[in-house]
Design a protein around this ligand. Sequence first.
Ligand code: SF4
Ligand code: SF4
Length: 442
Amino acid sequence: MSRKTFYGGVHPPGNKHRTSSVPIRKAALPKKVVIPLAQHTGSPCEAAVAVNDEVKTGSVLGKASGFISSPVHASISGKVKKITHMPHPVFSRALAVVIENDGVREEEVFIPRRNDEIESLSKEALLEIVKNSGIVGLGGAAFPTHVKLSPPESKPVDTFLLNGAECEPYLTCDERLMIERADDILKGLAIICKILGVNDACIAIENNKPLAIEAIRKALLSTKYEILSAKLVVLPTKYPQGAEKQLIRSVLNRVVPEGGLPMDVGCVVNNVGTALAVYEAVYKGKALIERCVTVSGGCVKEPANLQVRIGTLVSSLIEELGGLNEPPAKVIFGGPMMGIAQYTMDVPVVKGTSGILFLSKAEAADAAESVCIRCSRCVQVCPAGIMPTTIANLVKRTRFTEAKEFGITQCIECGACVYECPAKIPLLDYIKFGKSKLIVKK
Ligand code: SF4
Ligand code: SF4
């Protein structure tokens, strides 16, 4: 089934060809991991271990410190060497637990469940497993999944939307997961639907991923899932198709109100990687200790989709891929549109790391900023329907309250306006700055 799509958007070069046909492989077990206690939206974890403690793979390192929080687990077995502030890909620096691998053998705490045991689990028990396994949104936002799966009674949910759009250029980890693990993803989807108490589910994939579409279509035809009325929705390739509000508009034709959440229009959205993590937690008893990461960009000798232990340093991944062709102009965590530039290679992979890009000078294309020519292209492509140029000008003049009246808080930070702007004005930097000023003012 093909659908219409959301308002605005852009068509940047996909650059997915480097890794879209490269099967996922396990990265080597790191000798050392740096596991931040803050890897999710919400309050950071409280350390549950001390220096010199021996830990096994899956041991709890940090306990959730509130409802909107999520525990972190050891991704290797070994000894806790330090608990200190270390480089962090999102927060620059943050408190982290450093574990050194004992190099002897890997000891795990995970215990798989039998199928009959899983079938008898109540939705409350399943939700508790998701919560204790430290699962957060793996599409990049890292919002704790148990919170998303606990809508209040006042906001009934009728549809679950599985996000396989993967609209960011270069990234192919979700595409590969759908090709290689379609069956397990659908098992995760079935668990999520049971927790939410919904029967209707949609799986949304952009039309530039034919093999993933085919794999999911085949898995859906399997009789095992006939109880679930899940529909495959093939969407046009357009950025930011995978942004929650835009996806809901494209697939369900529902409009999330300003400042609202998907549950305000009766749905919950999760990424395909998150559904797979739910499967791993429930079927294999496995906490979120690893994830698939696309490592790409013009400077990488061997672009790859790697299954990486959380806390693995970028420097050790580069080594694993045979080094770089040339020093990168930019290293980005995530995709080139919404990703975060890094200042060191000693930064660890965290739960929200979907990609690591080593961009060459030509790819980074940091052109000089010039003056606005009032072409209105930024307005035409903005999927939030706001006026980036006007808002950026208000922020420049410190008129933050007026920027709010012009809808600055509706910006989803997709970067489409920056991509389209011929004057290379860093509109999103102004918008982010304006938003931060409004938060401080509250
Ligand atoms: S203003 Fe925000 S939502 Fe609109 S295009 Fe720019 S970054 Fe995207
Ligand atoms: S796209 Fe750039 S140049 Fe055109 S109106 Fe917007 S800010 Fe000005």
